[in-house]
Design a binder for this molecule. Structure first.
Ligand SMILES: Nc1ncnc2c1ncn2[C@@H]1O[C@H](COP(=O)(O)OP(=O)(O)OP(=O)(O)O)[C@@H](O)[C@H]1O
Length: 263
């Protein structure tokens, strides 16, 4: 065996995780691992515990039992490493009259690694992030005036201004139009391929999941299936997961040549 070949270590390990929401066991004994540079979707019906699982991984909800190991970090080190996680929540409630403009919101994503830069350097990083999500024209716009889809892209730009190792997205494409979804998926794909970002995404869009994700976690409180889109998104499994006949419109995994070239 070649001693020089390094086996990639998981960036995230979840073991026997159970999480209560009030009196309700929302996540029941779930285990999985994520390898760096992969894009994984969590799918499942409403109320399946997807958001609960995400929030627990991020340390926003306490687990009842089980273990979560992120970047192999513990204690203070883990706190610092958490800066390397980008998170876009399902809901982003804010006061719409609050006088914050797009570029200011994106700038809040600069973590301590970039605060030492002068204003010009910071402005350049913010500009590049807005360019990546195609929102440079909205840079001076008040955040309360953005459309739902634009706000999602601003939040992605917020994650892009600092180097991340893990991007956690909770139904980030809900409310984004068809072109926007394709562009979003293309950007995620390039972050994964060119910068080795790991992406963990809750999604109800089985078509996009089947096109762009490397692996799928099917959840309904318990982890029902895990594997590639081809092996998990079968009609039999989907009937079991959703209790109804649903299917991705087609199975086009690995058709990455169809991705738009830039956002
Ligand atoms: N604060 C809470 N108190 C009690 N129960 C809660 C609370 N928050 C969520 N739940 C319940 O926990 C379960 C899991 O909720 P969760 O939001 O994780 O589901 P989900 O899979 O993300 O759903 P969706 O696809 O609808 O967003 C649901 O039955 C929900 O009603």
């Amino acid at each position: 065996m070649d001693q020089n070949v390094s086996i990639p270590q998981p960036i995230l390990k979840v073991k026997d995780l159970s999480v209560m929401r009030g009196e309700y066991l929302a996540v029941d004994n779930v285990s999985f691992e994520l390898l760096p540079g992969t894009h994984t979707a969590i799918i499942g019906p409403n109320g399946a515990g997807k958001t609960t699982l995400m929030k627990s991984i991020l340390g926003l909800l306490e687990a009842q039992s089980g273990e979560i190991s992120l970047f192999d970090g513990t204690g203070k080190r883990l706190k610092r490493l958490k800066q390397e996680i980008g998170y876009i929540p399902q809901k982003f409630p804010f006061e719409r009259t609050f006088p914050l403009i797009v570029s200011e919101l994106v700038g809040l994503g600069l973590n301590s690694k970039y605060w030492w830069r002068d204003h010009k350097g910071q402005r350049e990083i913010i500009h590049q992030a807005l360019e990546q999500v195609n929102l440079t024209k909205q840079a001076q716009q008040k955040i309360g005036t953005l459309s739902g889809g634009e706000l999602k892209r601003v939040l992605l730009a917020y994650c892009l201004v600092a180097p991340r190792r893990l991007l956690v997205l909770d139904e980030v494409l809900a409310g984004v139009d068809a072109t926007g979804k394709m562009e979003f998926a293309a950007l995620l794909n390039s972050l994964k391929q060119e910068q080795n970002w790991t992406i963990l995404e809750v999604s109800h869009d089985l078509d996009l999941v089947s096109r762009y994700c490397d692996s799928v976690i099917c959840l309904n409180r318990r982890l029902l299936y895990q594997g590639s889109p081809q092996t998990t998104l079968t009609p039999e499994n989907l009937l079991h997961i959703y209790g109804a006949l649903v299917s991705p419109t087609c199975n086009h995994h690995n058709e990455s040549s169809q991705l738009p070239e830039s956002f």
